[in-house]
Ligand binder design. Structure first.
Ligand SMILES: Nc1nc2c(ncn2[C@@H]2O[C@H](COP(=O)(O)OP(=O)(O)OP(=O)(O)O)[C@@H](O)[C@H]2O)c(=O)[nH]1
Ligand SMILES: [Mg+2]
Length: 579
C-alpha cells in the first residue's frame, strides 16, 4: 500500500483508494501533467473539499500524493531527494486550489526553498472542472528579485510544454550561473550569516573576523548575509523571507555550508535545516574545527574532540537525518574517529572514554613536567589575540623559526625558548595559543596544558596588534580571559605590535594611552625598548624572589607599570616594512 501524505482523516474508503490509485499514473515526459490526471485530481479534490497535491519526478513517475485542507498542502520531507549543489530537486509539485486562486506566496516560497523543478496550481472551476494551470519556476539569474517567475496561465488543453526540455534548460542556465562561483579545489563553499540586534558596525566587524576564521580553515566564502533585527527570535533565527533568499543563494552559488556568527540553539538549527537542506554550523563549531585540525599533541587532540562532542551533544536533535548534518564537521571530518552517523548514546560513551584517556595523559605530563627542570629560570609568556604577532615576536627575540602566519590560530601547541638578555639574565620565553572573543569555555579548558604553563609565568607579554581597527575590543577580550583564568596577579607588559603600519604620531598616542611599548615584531631593532623593559621587570622579580627566599616569605613584587616608560626615540618608528 502506498502512503498518502497529509490530512487523510475522515476520508471514505473509496476516496482513499482513488488517491492511492494515483500512484499508478505515469505522465509523458513532455507534459507537465496529463489532462486526465489533472481532471481526476480536480474532481476528487472538489469532492473532499481539500487540496490535493502530487510530486512527480522527471521520468513522469508519481512520487507522493498529498492531501491538504481547503487552503494548503504540506509537502513531506524531501531529504531522500537531495539536490546536488547548483541543481534542482528533480521533482515538481502540482496541486489544486479550491478558491480558483493563482499561485500563493507560500507556493512560491516552497518552490524556492525546496528547489523544486516546477510549482503548479490547478484552480478548480465550477464542480471541480479545470480550465487552466498556473506554473512557476526558479529564475537562476543573479540580482533577480524575487527568485522565480510565474508563467502565463496554461490552458488545460495545452499541457504539453516540452516539460523535460524546460527543466533541462533551466538547470543549464543554473549551471552556468553556478560556474561563476565554482571552485575546482573541492573546498567547502560557505555562506556567512549574521542575525543580530547589535549595531551594523559591530556586526560587520564580527563578520569580518568570521571570514578570517573561515579562511584559516580553508573554506571558500561565497557570500555574506547580515540581518539586523529588533529582537532575536529564540525559535526562528531568520524570517521566512530571508530563508528564501538564502535558499536561492545556496542554489545559485553552489553553497555547501552555512556558517552563523551567532551561537545557534538546537531549535534554531532545526528550524533552519527543516527549510534548507544543508550543513549548518556556528562560529564556535568553526573555531573547534580549526583546533581539531591543528592540534598536534595527544592531549590537545583528545581535548578538542571532547570539546566538540560536549558542544554538539545538546544539539544532536532527535532526528537522525539532522544529526548527520550537524555532526559531519566541516568537509566531512567528524570529531576524531566518530564520523557521520553519530548518536547521543555513542557521543556520551565517547565523552566518558575521552575523559578517562585525558586523566591518564595529564598524569604523565605532570610527571614529565616535574622531571623537566627549568633550573629556576624566570618564565615570560607571550599572550594575545590570535594573529597579533606573538610567534613573530618569539622568533625575532630568540632568532628561531616558529611558524608565524597570516591565519588565525597558527599556533596551538606551546613553544618555549631560552633567551639571554644583554645584562646576562637568562629566561625562558613561551609562545601560546591565541585568544579570541567569546572563546568557547570548553576550548579554554581544552588548552589547559598551555594555560597551566601561563600560571607559572613570572611575566606576561600581552601582544596587541594596534594596526587592527578592532584592537581595543581584542585587548578587552584578552584581558577578560586573563581574569577568567585567574592570571591577573601576574605582571603584564603591553606590547603594541605592527607599529610599521601606523604613523609615528599615532603610535606615540596609543603608547601613551595604553601604557604599552610599541614594536614591530618583525624588526629586531624596534624591540630594544621592550627588551629593556623585560630585563627591568625580571630583575625586580628576581630580587624579590631572593629576598623572599631569604626571609621564607612569598614574593609579591609590586611593580605594576613601575618600569613602563614610553621610549622617546624608539628606533625605526614609522618605517614601513613590506607585508
Ligand atoms: N606588518 C607587520 N606584520 C606583522 C608584524 N608582526 C607579525 N606580523 C604578521 O602578522 C601575522 C601573524 O603573526 P603571528 O606571529 O603568526 O601571530 P600569532 O599571534 O602568533 O598568531 P596565532 O598563533 O595565530 O595566534 C603574520 O603574517 C606576521 O607576519 C609586524 O610587526 N608588522
Ligand atoms: Mg602564533
Amino acid at each position: 500500500m502506498k502512503k498518502i501524505y497529509g490530512n487523510t482523516g475522515g476520508l471514505k474508503a473509496n476516496q482513499l483508494r482513488r488517491l492511492e490509485n494515483l500512484y499508478r499514473r505515469r505522465i509523458p515526459p513532455e507534459y507537465v501533467i496529463s489532462f486526465e490526471l489533472a481532471r481526476d485530481i480536480g474532481r476528487l479534490s472538489f469532492e473532499i473539499r481539500r487540496q490535493i497535491g502530487v510530486l512527480i519526478n522527471r521520468r513522469g513517475k508519481m512520487i507522493a500524493v498529498i492531501v491538504g485542507d481547503h487552503r494548503k498542502i504540506v509537502i513531506p520531507d524531501l531529504r531522500d531527494y537531495r539536490a546536488a549543489p547548483g541543481r534542482l530537486r528533480g521533482l515538481r509539485c502540482l496541486h489544486t486550489h479550491l478558491q480558483k486562486e493563482p499561485l500563493t506566496r507560500d507556493d512560491l516560497t516552497d518552490l524556492a526553498l525546496l528547489r523544486l523543478d516546477l510549482m503548479g496550481a490547478i484552480p478548480l472551476q465550477l464542480e471541480g472542472r479545470i480550465d487552466r494551470i498556473y506554473l512557476s519556476h526558479i529564475l537562476p539569474q543573479r540580482k533577480n528579485n524575487p527568485p522565480y517567475v510565474v508563467m502565463p496561465p496554461l490552458a488545460s488543453s495545452r499541457l504539453n510544454i516540452d516539460c523535460l526540455e524546460l527543466i533541462r534548460a533551466l538547470e543549464n542556465e543554473l549551471a552556468q550561473e553556478t560556474a561563476l562561483y565554482e571552485s575546482k579545489d573541492g573546498r567547502e563553499r560557505a555562506l556567512l550569516i549574521s542575525v543580530t540586534t547589535a549595531s551594523a558596525g559591530r556586526a560587520r566587524n564580527s563578520l569580518y573576523e568570521l571570514k578570517q576564521l573561515a579562511d584559516s580553515n580553508r573554506i571558500a566564502v561565497v557570500g555574506e548575509v547580515l540581518q539586523q533585527r529588533k529582537k532575536t527570535d529564540a525559535k526562528f533565527l531568520l524570517g521566512r523571507g530571508k530563508l528564501e533568499d538564502l535558499s536561492l543563494m545556496v542554489l545559485v552559488r553552489g553553497v555547501t555550508l552555512l556558517i552563523f556568527d551567532q551561537e545557534l540553539n538546537p531549535a534554531q538549527i532545526r528550524s533552519i535545516t527543516d527549510q534548507i537542506d544543508i550543513k549548518v554550523i556556528d562560529r564556535t563549531q568553526l573555531i573547534l574545527d580549526i583546533f581539531a585540525q591543528r592540534a598536534r599533541s595527544k592531549e590537545g587532540k583528545l581535548q578538542v574532540e571532547l570539546a566538540q562532542l560536549r558542544y554538539m551533544l545538546p544539539r544532536l536533535v532527535a532526528k537522525n537525518t539532522a544529526m548527520s548534518r550537524l555532526t559531519g564537521g566541516i568537509g566531512g571530518r567528524g570529531p576524531g574517529e566518530t564520523k557521520l552517523e553519530i548518536n547521543r548514546r555513542r557521543a556520551r560513551d565517547r565523552i566518558r572514554q575521552l575523559e578517562k584517556a585525558l586523566v591518564s595523559v595529564r598524569k604523565q605530563r605532570h610527571q614529565q613536567k616535574s622531571k623537566r627542570s627549568r633550573k629556576g629560570l624566570p618564565v615570560i609568556s607571550i599572550i594575545g589575540y590570535t594573529n597579533a604577532g606573538k610567534s613573530t615576536l618569539l622568533n625575532t627575540l630568540t632568532k628561531s623559526q616558529v611558524l608565524a602566519e597570516r591565519r588565525l590560530f597558527a599556533t596551538l601547541d606551546p613553544t618555549s625558548r631560552r633567551l639571554r638578555f644583554p645584562r646576562d639574565i637568562e629566561v625562558i620565553i613561551t609562545d601560546t595559543v591565541g585568544f579570541i572573543r567569546d572563546l568557547p569555555r570548553d576550548l579554554l579548558v581544552a588548552f589547559r596544558a598551555t594555560l597551566e604553563e601561563l600560571e607559572s609565568a613570572d611575566l606576561l607579554l600581552h601582544v596587541i596588534d594596534i594596526s587592527n581597527p578592532r584592537f581595543q575590543e581584542q585587548l578587552e577580550s584578552v584581558e577578560a580571559i586573563v581574569c577568567d583564568l585567574n592570571l591577573q596577579h601576574i605582571n603584564v607588559i603591553r606590547v603594541l605590535n605592527k607599529l610599521d603600519r601606523l604613523t609615528s604620531d599615532r603610535a606615540h598616542i596609543l603608547a601613551e594611552r595604553l601604557h604599552g611599548i610599541p614594536v614591530s615584531a618583525r624588526t629586531a631593532a624596534t624591540l630594544l625598548p621592550l627588551i629593556d623593559e623585560m630585563q627591568c621587570r625580571i630583575e625586580v622579580i628576581a630580587q624579590c624572589r631572593s629576598a623572599a627566599a631569604a626571609s621564607g616569605t612569598e614574593c609579591q613584587p609590586e611593580i605594576e607599570n613601575e618600569c613602563t616608560r614610553v621610549p622617546d626615540s624608539g628606533p625605526a618608528w614609522g618605517d614601513t616594512i613590506e607585508n
